[in-house]
Design a protein around this ligand. Structure first.
Ligand SMILES: [Zn+2]
Length: 503
């Protein structure tokens, strides 16, 4: 029996609003798609929380024995400053302001995004496609929607005809919005607007003469709309109907609603079986926003270099902190909460280091009551995670397990109450739920001085070989350290420093 059969997952499906038993379309396989970042700026913490949520889901599916194809895209074109198809392209705007090629912007912020994902120990997806890599497919589906009468071309741009779609399908099925209300409430079409209705959205936009990012199309030079890229990339790699689609709550409308309309319109079937949306971050009870000055970058959180922060917190502390709340609840950042998380994580982290040192060769006096309690805790780890990926409740069980580990460390004779088999099961469950399921890496704090001293010895050595003009050896020292995640930095006046890359 597979673990996913023993502990079937139940999840809250945003499409139906109900908690449902997860049954994959192809037994044993899971296809999941998550809207990735728009790479025009440094990734902010709210994004990090979203990607952490789906990292947990990805990890747990795999842990239970599913073969998972996880697609998370990079939006490198088409996301306009104003979500309602107006304003500049976010990447194009940044490129103009910084006087760089759009692809330079994309490269810089994609790298930043990957670095932050690594720091948080968020696993890379199976496929990470980019919107600019799928322009041809976006043109093809846009043509198809025109042929089906669900889209129309005006002056070199193509729009999705929401009213027409709604005659045979349900626009608003995900967000619960009503098309009549939407047609009433949105902003009035200004005279420049060429859409038939203000709820129509762009599949393709004509590029104005100053627009940098542009491609040829049957409708002249232009660029794709934002929503269409996700429809193309999800169905290309996962099929016309796939298991799970995720993203932040803010993407539910219009982005995900539009994705459903495009795919259903083009393929005649609903694209996604289960939708999952993760909730927002707040800071001291307020929405995190740049204009309020209370938004900080992951790097600021790690260094403590921000007005609102008393000190820095390690990536694993922050990861642990985020996992203390269910993904569907808002999560509030405050110094007190982070300090408490730091203590909490330390306890689990110490127990992780401890249990790795404990061995139990078996006992003839196993106490069935004690064993039953241990087996119960193991069971609850699975049950809590299978209950809508409840990391908060799972952590509560891991705390109980950590107390047990501490008891054994202090009173090793109590290990005799447990058979080798049960002990092994307990040990592997604790380690794998910490490391594989929750992705909480063991953090070592005790050897920093030793590490610092060792690297400084190597830096001294490298200075010496450079003075001797043995550049081959100097490069080898630098490259070998880089290979294990330590980056040497050559400063002015021959000074050298180092930085540890979080892997
Ligand atoms: Zn998307």
């Amino acid at each position: 029996m597979k673990l996913y059969e023993k502990y079937p997952i139940h999840l809250s499906n945003s499409l139906t609003g109900a908690k449902e038993k997860f049954e994959s379309i192809h037994p044993g396989f899971v296809g999941m798609y998550v809207c990735g970042p728009t790479v025009y700026n440094y990734v902010h913490l709210g994004n990090a929380r979203t990607f952490l949520t789906f990292d947990i889901i990805f990890r747990y599916f795999r842990f239970l024995g599913y073969k998972v194809r996880y697609v998370r895209n990079i939006t490198d074109v088409g996301h306009l400053v104003d979500d309602a198809d107006e304003g500049e392209d976010k990447i194009g705007k940044k490129a103009r302001l910084e006087q760089l090629e759009p692809m330079e912007i994309v490269k810089r912020y994609t790298e930043d995004f990957h670095t932050v994902m690594r720091q948080f120990n968020i696993l890379p997806p199976s496929i990470e496609p980019s919107a600019t890599g799928h322009i041809v497919e976006q043109i093809i589906i846009t043509k198809k929607l025109i042929d089906l009468g669900l889209a129309y071309e005006v002056n070199g741009s193509v729009y999705f005809d929401v009213k027409k779609y709604n005659q045979s399908h349900h626009y608003g099925i995900l967000s619960g919005r009503n098309i009549e209300d939407l047609m009433e409430s949105g902003r009035d079409l200004d005279s420049q607007d060429e859409k038939r209705e203000k709820i129509d959205f762009a599949l393709w936009k004509k590029a104005s003469p100053e627009h940098i990012m542009r491609w040829p199309s049957p409708w002249g030079e232009g660029f794709p709309g934002w929503h269409i890229e996700c429809t193309v990339m999800s169905t290309k790699y996962l099929g016309e109907t796939f298991d799970l689609h995720g993203g932040g709550m803010d993407l539910k409308f219009p982005h995900h609603e539009c994705e459903i309309a495009q795919a259903t319109g083009a393929n005649g079937k609903s694209p996604v079986k289960y939708w999952i949306h993760s909730n927002m971050l707040t800071v001291n009870g307020q929405k995190m926003s740049k204009s309020l000055g209370n938004s900080f970058l992951p790097s600021e959180l790690f260094s403590g270099n921000h007005l609102l922060l008393e000190k820095g917190y390690s990536p694993m502390t922050v990861r642990f902190f985020m996992l203390q709340s269910h993904y569907s609840s808002t999560l509030d950042f405050s110094n007190e909460a982070l300090n408490a998380a730091e203590k909490g994580f330390k306890k689990l982290n110490n127990a992780l280091a401890s249990i790795k040192t404990l061995e139990n060769t078996g006992s003839t006096t196993a106490n069935s009551e004690v064993e039953k309690n241990l087996l119960d805790l193991i069971d609850k780890c699975y049950l809590n995670m299978s209950d809508d990926f409840n990391t908060a409740k799972t952590l509560a069980i891991l705390f109980e397990m950590a107390s047990q580990i501490n008891t054994w460390i202090n009173q090793k004779e109590l290990l005799a109450q447990v058979s080798a088999e049960v002990f092994e099961k307990f040990k592997t469950t604790y380690i794998s739920f910490m490391e594989d399921v929750l992705g909480l890496k063991e953090e070592t704090t005790g050897n920093n001085d030793l590490l610092d001293g060792t690297i400084n010895v190597l830096i001294g050595l490298r200075k010496k070989v450079r003075t001797d003009k043995n550049f081959a050896l100097s490069d080898k020292i630098r490259d070998d350290l880089k290979a294990i995640g330590i980056q040497l930095k050559d400063g002015k006046d021959g000074e050298m420093s180092y930085e540890i890359e979080n892997k």
